[in-house]
Design a protein. Structure first.
Length: 498
């Protein structure tokens, strides 16, 4: 190990290479000083009278004032959604609903640069990712569900699908616009109306999306956006809604499930994860290293399905770790708006503190830490891409979701041991398997307790592919035909999966 460290030091660190900065201009984004709540097709002032500041996590610079919606505001938004449901949306010809969804998808494509810059500005993620992943996928979700809107009878033959009514949707800060698309597109395709609460730290792309809705001439009340912190989310859960769709922490998910027990409201939960990325000794090693890096450092590791536990077959442990460390020295950490940036800013001070706490626990429990040489900006929230080796399964860094750019490495000898270690977690959202053998991929996939299993790739998303978890990672599926089901009631049959 010491020898490896030394060799790592001798490797000329390409992070010292001179790069010409290539910042994306932020001029394309026009920010308001102060925003309203989007209720019944209009921006309205919050009855609560309260506002908070949203910032750029890369500079800590304030960007705009955002309403803190109180229970009264949430109730008004739910009422607007009820009106929207009753006044035509639920009864509209399905092909009409599809037209709006297609329009929204096309407008998102047309305005994608503006949205990508705003997403990076408010969330800290590299522009390369918001431009190449978040925006294309968000548009793709609207295109995909537009296609289902008039085919529900075919999707669920003999079950007479009907919309539920008003869906309350609560989303996190890691993929603000993409999570909005995952929630709103299937809900509208199924004929529901929506009240959505974005995360406290990343409300701006949801507020800009209201402009897209107006451009698409979506009828008032079909989509309503209420901003605020967790209290706003709690008020929405208590509100007069027919369904709650939640993505976020397991802790809040459990609280919501307790709150809704016995109310008859439908619920889907997409919660945390601690995925195993499993590397067998017959894999294509360089490709696996790319997959490991993409698995954990994509979006600063703020990804519920991140490959945060690396399971390496013992026979390739040393060469793999050496390659991985070298690869880490080439990652560029810094300005999210710079097109060269690989790892952007941590989303908030609170999240940075959580990462720091868990990393300190890892060191204290005895794991060995590696961080490449790296110059961080002076302002803003940053964390150097980190690898922990010598990790025992009992360590907190092997058990808890860090939700940051921190990888914990464990080893295994046999496929059985890999499965046992991979499943040794309260979560069950995703996993990765790297091997040349197709039969082994299938053998592993049968035994891994995870909703999504990637083979020789990682963090691949497609609107046609259902996504969701087992165990404490939640229930219900988003994406694909499965993603419609939680937004539908069926004649005489309870909708499953929701
Ligand atoms: P969180 O609190 O669960 O946030 C998710 C959403 O729920 C946000 O919109 C949040 O509002 C809202 N919320 C908070 N308390 C609520 C309540 N009592 N009732 C209803 N809604 C409520 O997650 P977080 O605080 O942003 O992050 C904490 C941890 O959750 C992370 O470190 C990570 O481990 C995990 N996480 C997982 C995912 C995922 O995709 N599965 C995403 C984000 C975070 P606020 O924004 O105001 O908190
Ligand atoms: Mg929170």
């Amino acid at each position: 190990m010491a020898e490896l460290e030394q060799r790592g030091d001798l490797t000329p660190a390409p992070s010292a290479w001179e790069y010409a900065e290539a910042p994306e201009s932020r001029d394309i984004v026009k920010l308001e000083e102060r925003y309203g709540l989007f209720v019944g097709g209009e921006f309205v002032e919050p009855a609560s009278g309260e506002y908070y500041e949203t910032i750029d996590p890369a500079s800590e610079e304030p960007l705009a004032e955002i309403p803190q919606a109180g229970p009264e505001d949430v109730a008004l938004a739910v009422e607007a959604a009820r009106d929207g449901f009753a006044n035509g949306w639920s009864a509209a010809a399905p092909a009409e609903r599809a037209k709006y969804l297609y329009r929204i998808a096309r407008i998102l494509q047309e305005r994608s640069r503006e949205f990508a810059v705003l997403e990076s500005l408010n969330g800290g993620k590299p522009i390369r990712e918001s431009r190449d992943v978040d925006l294309p996928l968000a548009a793709a979700h609207f295109f995909y569900y537009a296609g289902w809107a008039d085919k529900l009878e075919y999707a669920f033959p003999h079950r007479r699908p009907k919309p539920l009514g008003v869906a309350g949707q609560i989303i996190p800060w890691n993929f603000p616009l993409l999570m909005l698309a995952w929630k709103i597109a299937p809900a509208l395709a199924a004929g529901n109306t929506v009240v959505l609460k974005p995360a406290e730290t990343t409300p701006l792309s949801a507020l800009l999306f209201c402009d897209v809705l107006r451009q698409a001439e979506l009828p008032p009340g079909v989509v309503n956006i209420v901003t605020g912190d967790g209290r706003t989310g709690a008020a929405l859960v208590k509100g007069d809604v027919d369904k709650i769709a939640f993505t976020g922490s397991t802790e809040v998910g459990k609280a919501i499930q307790r709150e809704l027990a016995g109310t008859g409201k439908k619920l889907t939960l997409e919660l945390g994860g601690k995925a195993a990325n499993i590397i067998f000794d017959d894999c294509a090693l360089d490709q696996a290293v790319e997959g490991i890096v993409n698995g954990i450092y994509f979006n600063q590791g703020h990804v519920c399905c991140a490959g945060s536990r690396l399971l390496v077959q013992e026979s390739i442990y040393e060469p793999l770790i050496e390659k991985l460390k070298r690869r880490l020295t080439t990652l560029r950490v810094g300005d999210p708006l710079d097109k060269n940036t690989d790892v952007g800013a941590i989303n908030s001070r609170q999240q940075l503190e959580k990462i720091e706490e868990l990393v300190a626990a890892g060191k204290e429990e005895g794991a060995e830490i590696y961080q490449p040489p790296c110059r961080l900006p002076e302002k803003g929230y940053w964390f150097v891409p980190t690898v922990f080796t010598n990790v025992a399964q009992s360590y907190r860094i092997a058990q808890e979701e860090i939700f940051g750019p921190v990888l914990s490495v464990l080893t295994f000898r046999t496929p059985d041991e890999a499965v046992e270690k991979a499943n040794n977690t309260p979560y069950g959202l995703s996993a990765g398997v790297w091997t040349e053998k197709g039969s082994r991929i299938l053998w592993m996939a049968e035994r891994l307790e995870a909703g999504v299993i990637w083979a020789n790739t990682y963090n691949r998303f497609d609107p046609a592919s259902p996504f969701g978890g087992y165990k404490e990672s939640g229930f219900g599926r988003e994406g694909g035909r499965h993603g419609l089901e939680p937004y539908l009631a069926f004649d005489g049959v309870e909708a499953s999966g929701g």
